[in-house]
Ligand binder design. Structure first.
Ligand code: SAM
Length: 263
C-alpha cells in the first residue's frame, strides 16, 4: 500500500541536498560530448506547487528552499533549473528530480523514469510531456534491475525511495551491489533520510562494506517541526563524478554556516 506523497515534503532541506547535488552532477556529466542514460526508480510527479495545502501543512518547503534559494550562486545548475521552472510555471513551482534531470539532458541522451503510485504516475506523465522520455508505471527496483546496464552505458541512476517498506534498509545494499556488478561504469546515487533513531546506519555500513570506494555524504539540519524525526539527509554514490566530493564538501559548509544562526 503506497501512502507516501512527496508534495508534503517537496522543497525541504533533504530535497535541497539531493537536488542540488543531482543538478551539479548532471551539469558536469553533460559537458562531455558523449550521450548518457538517465534512469530513476522512484520519480514522483516531477513538478510541485509549493502553495498547495499539503505543502503548506508541513511547512517543510518554507524551512527548505524557502530560505535556501539564495544559498546558491545564480549560475549554479540548481539555481538555474529552479529559476527556469518558476519562470515557466509561476513563483510557487518547484522542480522534482525528473525535471531537474530533463532540464540538464541533451537530445542525444535517454531518460527513463518509473513511478508506482497511479496518481503520481499520471501527474508525472503530464508534467513531463514537453520533455519526452520513457515512463513506466512499475516497481522501480524491477525497472533498474531489468534496464541496467542501459544503452548508452554511460549514465546515472537515481534511487530515491520513500522508505515506506522497512525492509528497504536491508535490501537496498544487496540491490545496489547487484546493479553495480551488472553495470560497472554506471553512476548510482541513493538518497536516504537521517532519522533521529538512526535506521539508516546498518544500511550505510553494508553499502560501505560492499562498495568501499562509494562516496557517502550527509548533511544535518534541525527538524522541520517539533517532534519531526528527520534530522538530516544522506547520499551514497557509486562512481561519483570527478569533483563531486569537493562540491559536496562545499555544500556541507553551506548547510552548517546557513543553519547555525537563529531559525
Ligand atoms: N525523486 C523524487 C524527487 O526528488 O522529486 C521524489 C520521489 S518520492 C521520495 C518517492 C516516490 O516513490 C513516491 O512518489 C512514491 O509513490 C514512489 N514509490 C514508492 N514505492 C515505489 C516503488 N516500489 N517503485 C516505484 N515508485 C515507488
Amino acid at each position: 500500500m503506497l501512502s507516501y506523497q512527496h508534495i508534503y515534503h517537496a522543497g525541504n532541506l533533504a530535497d535541497v541536498h539531493k537536488h542540488s547535488m543531482l543538478a551539479w552532477a548532471l551539469a558536469y556529466m553533460t559537458r562531455k560530448d558523449k550521450a548518457l542514460s538517465y534512469l530513476e526508480t522512484h520519480a514522483g510527479r516531477a513538478l510541485y506547487d509549493l502553495s498547495d495545502a499539503a505543502a503548506l501543512k508541513t511547512a517543510e518547503a518554507a524551512q527548505g528552499i524557502g530560505r535556501a534559494a539564495d544559498w546558491f550562486a545564480p549560475d549554479h545548475p540548481y539555481s538555474q533549473v529552479c529559476a527556469r521552472i518558476k519562470a515557466a510555471h509561476g513563483d510557487h513551482a518547484y522542480p522534482g528530480s525528473p525535471i531537474i534531470a530533463a532540464e540538464s539532458l541533451r537530445p542525444m541522451d535517454n531518460l527513463t523514469l518509473s513511478e508506482l503510485h497511479p496518481q503520481e504516475f499520471a501527474a508525472l506523465k503530464e508534467n513531463m510531456i514537453s520533455y519526452g522520455g520513457v515512463f513506466k508505471q512499475m516497481d522501480g527496483w524491477e525497472m533498474a534491475l531489468s534496464m541496467c546496464p542501459p544503452e548508452p552505458r554511460r549514465g546515472f541512476l537515481l534511487i530515491d525511495p520513500s522508505f515506506e517498506v522497512k525492509s528497504d534498509y536491508q535490501t537496498i545494499p544487496k540491490i545496489i551491489a547487484q546493479i553495480h556488478r551488472k553495470w560497472g561504469v554506471g553512476v548510482i546515487m541513493l538518497w536516504y533520510p537521517i532519522l533521529s533513531d538512526g535506521p539508516h546506519k546498518p544500511m550505510v555500513r553494508a553499502l560501505k562494506d560492499t562498495i568501499p570506494d562509494g562516496l557517502n555524504h550527509e548533511v544535518s539540519f534541525p527538524p522541520a517541526r517539533e517532534g519531526h524525526r528527520m534530522i538530516g539527509s544522506g547520499l551514497f554514490v557509486v562512481n561519483a563524478p570527478y569533483g563531486f566530493a569537493e562540491e559536496a564538501a562545499d555544500l556541507s559548509s553551506l548547510f552548517s554556516r546557513q543553519l547555525s544562526g537563529p531559525m
